[in-house]
Design a binder for this molecule. Sequence first.
Ligand SMILES: NC(=O)c1ccc[n+]([C@@H]2O[C@H](COP(=O)([O-])OP(=O)(O)OC[C@H]3O[C@@H](n4cnc5c(N)ncnc54)[C@H](O)[C@@H]3O)[C@@H](O)[C@H]2O)c1
Length: 350
Amino acid sequence: MNDPLRLTVLGTGYLGTTHAACMASLGFDVLGVDTDARKVDQLNAGQLPIYEPGLRELHSGLGSGRLAFTTSYPQAAAFGDVHFICAGTPPQPGSHHADLSQVHGCIAALAPLLDRRCLVAGKSTVPVGTARRLAAELAEACRGVELAWNPEFLRESSAVADALTPDRIVAGVMSPWAEEVLRQVYARSIAADLACELVNGDLAEVPVCVLGAAFKPGSDDVRDSPALDVAQILHGMGARVTVYDPAALANARGACPELGYAATPTEAAREAHVVLLLTEWPEFAELTPGDLGTVVEHRNIVDGRNVLDPTLWRAAGWNFRSLGAAPAASLSTRFGGGRSAKDRGEVGSL
Ligand SMILES: NC(=O)c1ccc[n+]([C@@H]2O[C@H](COP(=O)([O-])OP(=O)(O)OC[C@H]3O[C@@H](n4cnc5c(N)ncnc54)[C@H](O)[C@@H]3O)[C@@H](O)[C@H]2O)c1
């Protein structure tokens, strides 16, 4: 598996185009696959076959090379660590039953080409029992490949917002490994979403403190850094983002000049309405609720790396959210917090 994961999106219609562009904007390398060569040519030329508010901006902002489209399944099989099935499931003519031939077509084309560990995650809407049958088919066709089902809830006309800050993520998995892989995929959109929740849904002009810019502690490398991707998403949502990192400030400033930067954690947190801890530097694990409590405007914190003690921070009056590490033995657990008090992300067995 690559780190960060490389994603393919099989079927680039309404759902697939949106999912592919949103995942690329979150920092993943994404390859969209469609059997319709004309659509693939259009997408590679930067033309969108659908209208969806915000999608054009996302798509045209992807000069970074993170997003491409192909008709080639061999290319997709070689590229992807996670393959999302986004093919259509229209009603069969004269019946209310779903026509699953496009979904079967994806599995039939992909399965014989897979020769390394990877996850196939269905997003298409399918009848009960379909995923279980496809999982058995896939397991027989190729070793080391697992199926998960991760149904999509985005709505046309708010699809980009729904995909970037989903109000729920549901996944049926067959192993803790598959759960962990999907957690890695969605962690970036959930750290942004929790921040939104803590400021009651509106980040416009809200001061936000981001602790961490390097892609991992002990490094000044910001390439493919989830922390910087999240900071950019929050900036894109209108927040006034100030970043602190012990080693990567210069590189971060070069890569993202539109963000604000500070020389210390407390300077970054001054007047912040929410603090996000996004790289697990040891010095962040040593922060106490009092260190930041006196300088922030509101005591809201998202621990994106699960390094702080929630009990300690809550006792000091902080609203504390984390991505909620899964108990290893449990496949029925939350992905994280949510906009509402209800569970927002759930993982269960297929
Ligand atoms: N559109 C929505 O708002 C929405 C929301 C939630 C869930 N869904 C579900 O997502 C699924 C896809 O919906 P959609 O609206 O994007 O459908 P769509 O018809 O717009 O797109 C399907 C795409 O899959 C391609 N395709 C067909 N067979 C293929 C194959 N073997 N390999 C690769 N590509 C293939 C088609 O050419 C087409 O571009 C459906 O199950 C739908 O119920 C859609």
